[in-house]
Design a protein around this ligand. Structure first.
Ligand SMILES: [Zn+2]
Ligand SMILES: [Zn+2]
Length: 153
């Protein structure tokens, strides 16, 4: 998908919304499982050469608890407003850089925002006890007794 945004930069006023379901490629699939394609919306508003892009991305995915390996479902919501620029020297965290021909690639942008915002780890619960390092049993389901060995010599 490619949208040319030249008009957004040269017209006094410009507004366009693109909404789509993002096909989940290999890069995203390596982070988690997606039962449905993420819903993405970009609203681009230009005003005398100043172009702002409002991004909203909603998605649900499943990955594994980094402590006990139980599956964890997560719903994530990304929402931000960033300035669109064509000059790489002006790039900051709050800008979206598009190419010098004003071509914008919404699916690429959505994908990179998702990767950037993706949780570093999934936990089934904040206080997940994880797996016993000795016998490997799930300590959330009960105490295996390995940890109390020193008390019963
Ligand atoms: Zn867990
Ligand atoms: Zn154990």
């Amino acid at each position: 998908m490619k949208i040319n945004l030249k008009e957004a930069f040269i017209l006094d006023r410009y507004e366009k919304t693109v909404q789509f379901h993002l096909p989940v490629g290999e890069e995203l699939r390596s982070l988690a499982e997606f039962a449905e394609e993420p819903l993405v919306s970009f609203t681009i508003r230009g005003k005398y050469g100043l172009v702002q892009c409002e991004t909203v991305i909603d998605f649900a995915c499943t990955s594994y608890c980094s402590r006990c390996l139980a599956p964890v479902d997560k719903k994530l919501h990304i929402e931000n407003q960033r300035r669109m620029i064509t000059d790489p020297l002006m790039e900051t965290e709050d800008t979206i850089l598009i190419d010098p021909n004003y071509d914008f690639f919404p699916d690429e942008e959505a994908k990179s925002q998702m990767i950037l915002e993706f949780p570093e780890r999934f936990l089934c619960a904040e206080d997940c006890k994880g797996l016993c390092p000795i016998c490997g049993c799930n300590l959330n389901l009960g105490d295996c007794g390995c940890g109390s060995e020193s008390e019963n010599p």
